[in-house]
Structure formats: structure tokens, C-alpha cells
Design a protein around this ligand. Structure first.
Ligand SMILES: [Zn+2]
Ligand SMILES: [Zn+2]
Length: 225
């Protein structure tokens, strides 16, 4: 989702329980889902464990995967914190009345290997352009640099941040250990993308009406800073 800014700090959470669960995972579990790495060149240095995910990047009725069960209890406080942040915002409350509650459409654990990078790209399909992409660093170090819209930042352990995934972003891990982030996408039903009101004020967002916005390869400048 595009918004005026690069990073939006949401809250700080305790990641101890999630860390313990990550320690229990073996290489085989990390390597079992090669889908993301193979399909997208930008993810060649990453390994992913999908918790809630559909390869077609659908925007409703997401699939909860078996690995979610392992993390579910420890994720609950994190996820309810995120949901509350968006649902209780002014926009979230107004949309909630007319369109119902928000929901998580994707949740993944993503490992970025030592010395690895995710090259610059902007997320460009309908669901990614119409959901809030939130990162939670669980295992990280100060040599992991996240750059969004030309602004470089280190996201510390436990800091929940929405990143503007419609601006160019890249990540480099020059630290001594693999980095692991939880990445979730939160949808407020009925929320329009940045260009929605300009391009189709009378119509709700949908893949056809928003094709122009979704396929932008450059940062959209329809919003003031
Ligand atoms: Zn839209
Ligand atoms: Zn726009």
C-alpha cells in the first residue's frame, strides 16, 4: 500500500517466544518452500516459510498453511496488535462500518542469508498494492540495512514497521548471521489504493480499475509527502 512516507512505526513487541520457535526449525523446513526463491529473482538470497499464503496472490479468502500451527499462539499478540492499529484508526473505523473487519491476507517468515540482498524493486500486483505490508524483525543485527524510497534504516528486533512497498525498496544483510523477519499483509476491506479516488471515484478498487496503479514500476507521486 502506498502512503505518504517510507517507514511507519506501529509498535514494539516482545519476540522472545518467536525466537525460541525459530531455533527449533531445521534446514529442511526452511528449504521446503522453494516457490518464492525460484519464481522471483529478487528473492534468490532468501528462504521462506509460508504461514498464510496463496501462490495466486489472491486478495480474499487466504489459505492458512500447516506451519501456522507451530507459530499461532506466539503470533497472536503480535497480530492482534497490528489488527488493532489499523482497525481502530479513523479510516479503519469508518471502513469497518461499511465493509467489515480487516484481515491478514498473507503471513510469512523470511530469512535473508548472511551477505545476501534483496535487490531494488517495488511490489506490483493488485493484492500487494492494496494491503499494508508490515515487517517484524525477529533475528537481526545492525548490519541489516533496509532502504525504502531512498531512505536507509535499521529495523531493530521487535519493532513493527509498515513499509511503503509501492516505492522502490531493497535490503542488504552484511552482518554475521542470517536475518529473519515476519512479514504480514493486512487488508482493510474497501480501502482504496493511492490513485483510486482520482482514477475511479465511483468504483471500488478492483484489478481492472486499478491496473494502471498496480503496474507502476516507479513510485507513484499522487500523494503529497
Ligand atoms: Zn485500487
Ligand atoms: Zn497513486
Amino acid at each position: 500500500m502506498n502512503f505518504p512516507g517510507n517507514f511507519l512505526h506501529i509498535a514494539d513487541v516482545d519476540t522472545w517466544a518467536l525466537k525460541q520457535l525459530l531455533l527449533g526449525l531445521d534446514d529442511e523446513q526452511w528449504q521446503s518452500e522453494a516457490f518464492r526463491q525460484q519464481r522471483y529473482e529478487v528473492h534468490r538470497d532468501t528462504q521462506t516459510i509460508n504461514l498464510v499464503f496463496d501462490p495466486d496472490f489472491r486478495h480474499t479468502h487466504p489459505t492458512k498453511l500447516p506451519m501456522l500451527r507451530i507459530f499461532e499462539d506466539s503470533l497472536l499478540p503480535v497480530l492482534s496488535g497490528i489488527a488493532g492499529h489499523y482497525d481502530l484508526s479513523e479510516k479503519g473505523q469508518a471502513l469497518g462500518q461499511s465493509h467489515g473487519r480487516g484481515y491478514f491476507v498473507r503471513a510469512n517468515l523470511v530469512k535473508l542469508k548472511v551477505g545476501g540482498e534483496i535487490p531494488a524493486h517495488a511490489d506490483g500486483n493488485f493484492s500487494l498494492a492494496h494491503s499494508h505490508r508490515i515487517h517484524l524483525p525477529i533475528v537481526t543485527n545492525e548490519y541489516v540495512k533496509f532502504t525504502v524510497g531512498g531512505e536507509e534504516a535499521y529495523l531493530p528486533d521487535g519493532a513493527l514497521y509498515e513499509i511503503n512497498n509501492r516505492r522502490k525498496h531493497h535490503v542488504v544483510n552484511s552482518g554475521p548471521e542470517d536475518r529473519v523477519h515476519l512479514i504480514v499483509d493486512y487488508v482493510l476491506p474497501g480501502e482504496k489504493c493511492c490513485c483510486g479516488d482520482k482514477l475511479h471515484p465511483e468504483t471500488a478498487c478492483n484489478p481492472q480499475a486499478c491496473m494502471f496503479t498496480d503496474q507502476f514500476k516507479i513510485p507513484c507521486t499522487c500523494m503529497p509527502e
